[in-house]
Design a protein around this ligand. Structure first.
Ligand code: FAD
Length: 525
């Protein structure tokens, strides 16, 4: 008997949101219920907290996203008070460490900076919004190029990607000219120094309204759109299990963290987009345990530095008047630290790294006002390389049924190691970072390799593959091998070694999965 299909989406980040949007736009009778373990932070669901103008409100929104490390908000978020011990190492604002060290903490001694965000919009409420596209071997080898280009195009629309953000910044252009002098001769055509695409909407005053899951949801959260009547977002709702009848997903069991009541919500399709650690954990807890689940963990290692821009060097390309204009524009929005964003993208064979160069008028850390490069009139760049990590079975998050975490899920242990090849590429990128620093000015923070997990871009743990050979969890349309009505989404699907920010790529993969799922639901109903 036919009925209007219900789709349960687990996780409200950009990927769950992309599924909700594409499915509702494709299926006129479908209904989407989205479950999010964390709280809603902004009136408009999923908005970037960077858009919150009041510094106190912004700090509160970040703290509320920090799950077990959410300080005074923990209990109101349905997280036991006992989970944190004072004085522990904390993660980047808005995120919480997997290995936070309190009761029920995960174990990640070799991947210590692993972090997540628990709030409506997920990490997408806190992200930097850099949206490069994968290139060469970073791309998924079994998705045809012409289809891929179209998927990336749709993903850019969903995320409001601007290819020419800050293109009119004189300082940004000066930085590009200096980097070009240093590197242009060794980079292939089309992959030289350029601006980095970012996700957001430039405002008339020159500031940015940064994109979050809100722009991906778009009409679904616009009461004037008929699509909004078929979309429901439930915050503080923790999905405990995906329920199965044989190999078919039948719905989800959800705990309302406000009332502590648990209920079963039947669904024709379950989409799990709960990040690269918690999605595989949820599948594991649901008894869905393919060999590759949690394995092939990668990220791009990160080496970063901060440079004070040198007046003499910059003056060869930028006038003092252009600098004054830039500073006046920036003063309009002092709460937003990011100005011009440049890059050198990944290319093969000669440049298998991604360089990201962010200009800001202040350094990202307090500097002694007496230090020679403090209060540098030309400002600073924070820049770093992302490098490759090849997928290996041994690098993995595994789950222990005998030890529950602070939420009562089989606890996580992460094992991870960089190989000789990877360390050699890191060395080579570090040398280039030194050259870039010299070309632009003087280091105020020397290049350093960040601890494993620092990228916040965790991949491979729900790897997609072209066949079910035990080295992948999902098929080329993100369907869990051997299951019906169950798709997975997120950076965890990415099967390749990448060096860049992955969200655009993951949204493109999600668009493909959502279109295929819509076809199947249309055929069945
Ligand atoms: P997430 O955004 O992580 O959302 C997953 C959601 O699922 C979370 O809200 C979580 O609470 C929820 N959830 C988990 N388990 C359950 C459950 N059992 N039940 C219900 N809900 C659950 N990427 C880029 O491409 N470019 C950048 O510049 C960039 N900068 C970043 C900067 C920072 C500070 C951070 C934190 C991230 C950055 N990222 C960046 C990464 C980017 O934010 C992620 O790639 C993106 O958010 C992933 O989307 P997602 O929907 O897969 O997962």
């Amino acid at each position: 008997m036919s009925h209007n299909p219900t789709i349960a989406v687990v996780g409200s980040g950009p990927i769950g949101s992309a599924y909700a949007r594409v499915l509702l736009e494709s299926l006129p009778d479908a209904r989407v219920v989205m479950f999010e373990a964390g709280p809603q932070l902004t009136e408009r669901p999923g908005e970037s907290v960077r858009n919150i103008p009041d510094p106190e409100a912004k700090a509160r929104a970040r703290e509320m996203s920090q799950g077990p490390q959410a300080g005074s908000f923990r209990e109101s978020l349905g997280i036991p008070e006992s989970t944190v011990t004072e004085g522990m190492f904390t993660a980047r604002q808005g995120t919480h460490l997997i290995d936070f060290g309190g009761d029920g903490s995960g174990h990640a001694p070799t991947f210590p900076a692993a972090a997540a965000a628990t709030n409506v919009g997920g990490q997408g409420a806190h992200w930097t919004c850099a949206t490069p596209s994968p290139a060469f071997s970073e791309k998924v080898p079994f998705i045809p190029d012409d289809e891929w280009e179209e998927l990336i195009g749709r993903a850019k629309e969903l995320l409001h990607v601007q290819s020419a953000a800050f293109a009119d910044s004189g300082v940004g252009a000066g930085i590009r000219s200096l980097l070009e002098e240093e590197f242009a001769g060794e980079l292939p055509e089309g992959y030289g120094v350029g601006t980095l695409p970012v996700a957001g909407d430039p405002q008339p005053d020159g500031s940015m309204r940064w994109a979050g899951a809100d722009v991906v949801l778009g009409p679904l959260i616009d009461p004037a759109s008929p699509l909004s009547a078929r979309f429901e977002l439930r915050d503080l709702s923790l999905v405990r299990r995906v329920e199965l009848d044989g190999n078919r997903a039948t719905g989800v069991t959800v705990e309302d963290l406000r009332t502590r009541t648990t209920s079963f919500i039947p669904a024709d399709l379950v989409v799990v987009a709960a990040d690269a650690f918690r999605s595989p954990q949820l599948l594991w807890a649901s008894g869905i345990r393919p060999r590759a689940l949690g394995h092939y963990l990668t990220e791009h290692p990160v080496v970063i530095s901060t440079v004070a821009l040198d007046a003499e060097k910059m003056c060869r390309f930028v006038t003092e008047g252009e600098l004054d204009a830039e500073l006046a524009r920036r003063a309009l929005n002092p709460a937003d630290p990011v100005a011009a964003v440049n890059r050198i993208p990944f290319s093969e064979p000669g440049h298998p790294f991604s360089l990201q160069v962010m200009y800001a008028e202040t350094p990202p850390f307090p500097m002694d006002p007496e230090a020679p490069l403090a209060n540098n009139r030309w400002g600073y760049v924070n820049m770093g390389f992302g490098m490759r990590k090849r997928p290996r079975y041994e690098d993995a998050v595994t789950f222990d049924d005998g030890e529950l975490d602070y939420r009562g899920f089989p606890n996580m242990t992460i094992a991870y190691e960089l190989s000789e090849d990877e360390l050699a590429e890191i060395d080579s990128a570090t040398q280039r970072l030194r050259r870039a620093g010299k070309a632009l000015g003087e280091f105020v923070a020397e290049p350093r390799l960040m601890p494993n997990g620092s990228s916040l871009h965790y991949q491979g743990t729900l790897r997609m593959g072209s066949n079910d050979d035990g080295a992948s969890v999902a098929d080329p349309w993100s369907r869990v091998w051997g299951h019906e009505g169950l798709v997975v989404g997120g950076n965890a699907l990415i099967p390749t070694a990448t060096t860049m920010n992955p969200t655009l790529m993951s949204v493109a993969i999600a668009v493909r999965g959502a279109r295929k799922a819509a076809e199947a639901l249309r055929a069945a109903h």
